[in-house]
Design a protein around this ligand. Structure first.
Ligand code: IMP
Ligand code: MG
Length: 189
């Protein structure tokens, strides 16, 4: 079983960038920070499907507050490693966030276009406050002025997969984060 996982990783990602253990340690730190920052209040974690689910699961276990969760799905990427700049909401919130403290939980902030759009969307819904908790941040690629409030790791400009992050809906299940081998996508547009 372990051998199979190694083979899977060896064929998909060139090198491991961040291990599961490193992420878990960071999730603990950020969970504690959120617990302090929102002491005595309730928060609604809004996970952005599907990339944020693994990270959101880890993060929420470390927040010692009244926590509600909800999910949204949007797309700006197809089977490509470059953003189209267009954000489409495929699944909206199920709950009312009026006067709530919302924390958007995202897998990675790249150009920032997605989160910028979502922040506006949730502001229009009357949220009392909106912050962003991201697993990864690629500041070098930012196209809008957007700074996440809680970041696990800043990474260089490389396309990464694992721990929820995909390429063409694959590799979300890899336990660690690594740079996708260019040979996986070099024959695609
Ligand atoms: P943004 O709107 O450019 O910030 O795009 C954010 C979204 O693009 C993320 O939620 C991911 O779905 C996707 N994305 C950006 N960079 C990567 C990456 O390196 N690996 C996998 N998905 C990525
Ligand atoms: Mg995503």
């Amino acid at each position: 079983m372990a051998e199979q996982t190694k083979t899977q990783i060896a064929g998909t990602i060139g090198e491991v960038m961040i291990t599961e253990e490193e992420i878990e340690a960071k999730a603990k730190e950020i969970g504690q920070k959120i617990t302090e920052d929102y002491a005595g209040e309730e928060v609604v974690l809004v996970g952005i499907l599907r990339g944020a689910v693994v990270w959101m699961t880890e993060l929420m276990k470390n927040i010692d507050l009244d926590v509600k969760i909800d999910f949204m799905a949007c797309s700006s990427y197809g089977a490509s490693t470059k953003t189209s700049g267009v954000v489409k909401i495929n699944k909206d919130l199920d709950s009312d966030i009026e006067d709530k403290n919302v924390i958007i939980v995202e897998d990675i902030v790249d150009s920032g276009v997605t989160l910028n759009y979502l922040k506006g969307h949730l502001t229009n819904r009357g949220a009392a406050s909106i912050r962003i908790a991201t697993l990864l941040d690629k500041p070098a690629r930012r196209r809008v002025d957007l700074r996440p409030d809680y970041t696990c790791f800043e990474i260089p400009d490389a396309f990464v997969v694992g721990y929820g992050l995909d390429y063409d809906e694959k590799y979300r299940n890899l336990p660690d984060i690594g740079i996708l081998s260019p040979r996986i996508y070099e024959h695609r547009g």
